[in-house]
Design a protein around this ligand. Structure first.
Ligand SMILES: O=P(O)(O)OC[C@H]1O[C@H](OP(=O)(O)OP(=O)(O)O)[C@H](O)[C@@H]1O
Ligand SMILES: O=c1cc[nH]c(=O)[nH]1
Ligand SMILES: [Mg+2]
Length: 208
């Protein structure tokens, strides 16, 4: 398994804007989608290509296309929805598999409440999207669901990751690659990432 912290200047700039306490709901939502697109670009860099022939303007020519695997994008409700449009900008024909989980505020354990996966998920590469990888409980529960449904090719795209969450996912699912805009310092006593983004779901949906 690999963990890739994307150092691209656009990613670092946009994440900086998201961290400001004064960021508006509108800006936060827009930036979450934009960084989601940039993470998708990085997470698909190593996909295999194949040649095929097309009729070009000057006659038959060789072109390239992505070989084999199709995608399913897996937003974790709610906050993952904030990255979805950006991801779909780059993989527009992906099927969407929605997983609903919230984190119990006392125990920090994930509580599942929704699951609607693409029917042919075993043939697809899953791109899980969630802004926050904190304790790792929600991510691991989502990966468990996908694997139970037969999905064997899984990548996780998160805006901010805590070292504790990365370690938990690595221990349970060493085959899953993680792409993140930042590996932050640590979790506080309430399980929030420091410095992090605060409550990403509330910021995207404007609920606090
Ligand atoms: O790594 P973990 O400790 O599991 O925490 C991360 C999860 O917490 C947040 O969701 P939240 O439970 O706040 O739900 P929401 O998206 O509906 O706000 C976040 O979007 C992740 O899904
Ligand atoms: O820092 C965190 C941790 C979990 N969920 C969030 O939205 N933020
Ligand atoms: Mg939340």
């Amino acid at each position: 398994m690999s963990v890739q912290e994307i150092k691209h200047p656009l990613v670092r700039h946009k994440l900086g804007l998201m961290r400001a306490a004064s960021v508006s709901t509108r800006s936060f939502r827009q930036l979450a989608a934009e960084v989601g697109a940039l993470l998708t670009y990085e997470a698909t860099k190593d996909l295999e290509l194949e040649d095929y022939e097309i009729e070009g303007w000057c006659g038959p020519i060789q072109a390239e296309r992505i070989k084999g695997k199709k995608f399913t994008v897996v937003p974790i409700l709610r906050a993952g929805i904030g990255m979805l449009d950006g991801v779909l900008d780059l993989v527009p024909s992906a099927k969407i598999s929605v997983v609903g989980l919230y984190r119990d505020e006392e125990t920090l354990e994930p509580v599942p409440y929704f699951e609607k996966l693409a029917h042919d998920i075993e043939e697809r590469m899953a791109l899980i999207v969630d802004p926050m990888l904190a304790t790792g409980g929600s991510m691991n529960a989502t990966i468990d669901m996908l694997k139970k449904a037969g999905c064997s090719s899984i990548r996780a795209l998160v805006l901010v990751a805590a070292p504790e969450g990365i370690a938990k996912v690595q221990a349970a699912h060493p085959d899953v690659d993680i792409y993140t805009a930042s590996i932050d310092s640590h979790l506080n006593e309430k399980g929030y990432i420091i410095p992090g983004l605060g409550d990403a779901g509330d910021k995207i949906f404007g609920t606090k």
